[in-house]
Each structure stands twice: as structure tokens, then as C-alpha cells.
Design a protein around this ligand. Structure first.
Ligand code: QUE
Length: 354
């Protein structure tokens, strides 16, 4: 296999190893990478020679920064929404494939892990953070919504934590990921190569999950300081509300400076993204995983047809002025009926899932 491939695989011992290989693009996912991961998971489900999967990113900076939204915006501009939606039509079923994958799946979250990078890790059985992990679901900053299964995962985090993470795009370190349950282990970055060698040299032929648990436990280290525990009471008081307007009011009334900071941060996010995300994460509590993916597929079609996504990617990733001109530009201009329309059934039918 060529060293230039965007995604590579090899089998060592009973361990299949996937490398995301676009370090110059923070290992952002392309359509071809989503298709490869999905196909390989199908293959490895049936292959008794593979007892576990490990996935990692090439280079120093990132595990995976998300879907390649730079490329997505180009496709959207040059070919229209239908062409852009084809990417999600492959990414979301791959996320579901991972959620249902029956063998241990070990993701090495060493560096930036955002959006689509969360979707190719958090649904697997073992998520290894390091002191270099920086995890976020930052989509409301680019006029999108937290997808790739966030509809299912975020509402199942403790209390209002998922609502906080989804609305704000707050960044978590490795210790925070462990505290929240988004990671299962913290291992020093410098020990990951040895961890991989050990997994490849371990007999996984009996209870593979137990064997992987044992290896990872042997590498687990002091996770360091988490920032979330000190915020949890304020997150609960402000984000554990039954409407977005109540969240904003609670933040305005919050006595420390934190509430005002949060209001200012939310003020820079897409109002449409915030309104949809709030409703999406409330609905997600009661959805099965597959139904959550079907809902996301409805939402993403509406976002691809709307204004804010292309504008958000422009402001954050292309021109980097970080001054998106959202439409509408204020939460109080958002009409309930417009948000309802994001959730309505598709005339083309729901996302087909395996
Ligand atoms: C929000 C996002 C993404 C983001 C920044 C956000 C995202 C994504 C990237 C990204 C970063 C570097 C690259 C690249 C994409 O940035 O999903 O191709 O080289 O993929 O604020 O959701």
C-alpha cells in the first residue's frame, strides 16, 4: 500500500491498525476515508483473524479534526447541496457501524479530536486520551450542529454536560474526557507506540475485550487536572433548563463572571445552530442510536441548503476573520416554525442504515 494513501491499514498479530494519514489537514475525514472505515469494519466483523481494531492519526497535532469541511464547502459552492450531502450519507452509516461493532475498537486520541474525529472514536469500546488530547464538538461555531452521533452521546453524559458541550463547543483535555466518560483511559502520549506494540503482541483469541482492558489498564497514568468538576454546578444551574431562552436568562443571572463569558461566547455562535442543537439534544435523550443518526441526516440536509454553514466555514477556516455574518443574526429573530422545518421528514426518505 502506498505511503501517500489518505488512510492505511495493516494487521499485526490479531490487531488491525488504521492510520488516518492526512497530517497536513489535521487528518480531516474525506468521503473515501469514511467509505474505507465502513468497509473495513464489515470485513473485520466477519474475520476471525482480527480480534481488535486500533485507530490513530498520523503526525503530531491531531487524531482527527473532523470531516473535511473545507472541501465540503467547495463541493457545496461548486456542485450544490446534493453533492455535499453524499458525504454525510456515508459518514453517518459508518458511525452507526462503529456503534454496533462487536469487537474491541481502540482509538488513540492523541491531539485534536473534533467533530467527525469524535464520531470515529467515541462509539467504539476503548477511547485512549493523552496529555495532548483536545476534544470538542465545535460545529455551532461554523453554522452546523453537533452530529456524528452526538444526538445520542451528548444527552447521555452526566447532567447538563452534553448540552453545555454541544451548544458552546467547549474544549476538553484528556482528564476532562475521562471525567465525562468520553475517554475510557488516559495514557501518556510517549507510551502509545509501546501500547500499540503490546496489543499487537497479545493473544486476543479468548475474551478479546478482557485482554484489551488488561493491556490498557497497564498503561493508564495519572490523567492530570480536569477543568469540568469545578464548572459542573454552574453548568447544571445554567444549561440544565427546558428552553434555550431559559439557558440564556440563567447565564445572565449567574453571579460569577462565568455566565457573562458564556453569553458572549454563545453570542458568536450561529443562532440557528444554537436553536436546532438545543432541540436536537433534548430529543436525543429518547432516541435509539440509529434513530439519532436518522435525525442528524434530516438536520444536515437543511443545514447544507441554508446560509450559515458556508458562511461559518468561510469565517473560521477560509478567511479566518472569525466574523461570520449569520442569517438570522439574533436568537430573538429565530422563528419556531423555521426550526420545526429542520426536523421534518425528508421527501427523499430517511437515511438508509445497515
Ligand atoms: C468546527 C469544526 C471543524 C473545524 C473548526 C471548527 C471541523 C473541521 C476542521 C478542520 C480543521 C483543519 C483542517 C480541516 C478541517 O475545523 O469539523 O480540513 O485542515 O474538520 O470550528 O466542526
Amino acid at each position: 500500500m502506498s505511503d501517500e494513501a489518505e488512510i492505511k491499514r495493516e494487521v499485526r498479530g490479531q490487531l488491525a491498525i488504521v492510520t488516518l494519514n492526512r497530517p497536513q489537514a489535521m487528518n480531516a475525514l474525506t468521503l473515501e476515508m469514511c467509505i474505507a472505515i465502513d468497509r473495513w469494519l464489515v470485513e473485520w466483523t466477519a474475520d476471525p483473524a482480527v480480534q481488535a481494531v486500533l485507530i490513530k492519526g498520523a503526525g503530531e497535532r491531531a487524531f482527527c479534526a473532523g470531516g473535511d469541511i473545507r472541501q465540503m464547502r467547495e463541493v457545496l459552492t461548486n456542485q450544490g447541496p446534493a453533492a455535499a450531502i453524499a458525504f454525510y450519507g456515508h459518514e453517518y452509516p459508518m458511525n452507526a457501524r462503529l456503534h454496533h461493532f462487536p469487537k474491541p475498537y481502540v482509538a488513540l486520541l492523541d491531539g485534536v479530536t473534533m467533530g467527525g474525529g469524535v464520531g470515529i472514536s467515541v462509539h467504539g469500546s476503548h477511547r485512549v486520551a493523552t496529555e495532548r488530547t483536545l476534544m470538542a464538538m465545535p460545529e455551532t461555531a461554523i453554522g452546523l450542529f453537533p452530529d456524528v452521533g452526538a444526538t445520542y452521546v451528548l444527552p447521555r453524559l452526566p447532567g447538563a454536560l452534553g448540552m453545555y458541550l454541544g451548544l458552546t463547543g467547549a474544549r476538553l483535555n484528556g482528564a476532562d474526557c475521562l471525567w465525562a466518560g468520553l475517554a475510557t483511559h488516559v495514557v501518556p502520549s510517549g507510551a502509545l507506540a509501546e501500547l500499540e506494540r503490546t496489543l499487537a503482541a497479545t493473544d486476543l483469541g479468548g475474551d478479546a475485550k478482557l485482554a484489551v482492558d488488561g493491556v490498557l489498564a497497564g498503561f493508564a497514568a495519572d490523567p492530570g487536572l480536569a477543568s469540568l468538576p469545578a464548572l459542573q454546578a454552574r453548568i447544571e444551574a445554567c444549561y440544565g433548563r427546558s428552553s434555550l431562552a431559559e439557558v440564556m436568562a440563567a447565564l445572565a443571572a449567574e453571579p460569577s463572571g462565568w455566565g457573562a463569558e458564556q453569553l458572549s461566547l454563545l453570542g458568536r455562535r450561529s443562532p440557528t445552530s444554537l436553536a436546532v442543537t438545543f432541540r436536537q439534544l433534548q430529543a436525543g435523550r429518547r432516541l435509539s442510536f440509529d434513530d439519532a443518526m436518522r435525525l442528524e441526516y434530516r438536520l444536515v440536509q437543511r443545514f447544507m441548503a441554508g446560509h450559515d454553514f458556508a458562511e461559518g466555514v468561510r469565517a473560521v477556516l477560509i478567511d479566518k476573520d472569525h466574523r461570520p455574518a449569520w442569517r438570522p443574526d439574533r436568537l430573538d429573530e429565530i422563528k419556531d416554525a423555521d426550526i420545526d422545518a429542520y426536523f421534518a421528514p425528508l421527501s427523499s426518505g430517511d437515511l438508509p442504515l445497515p
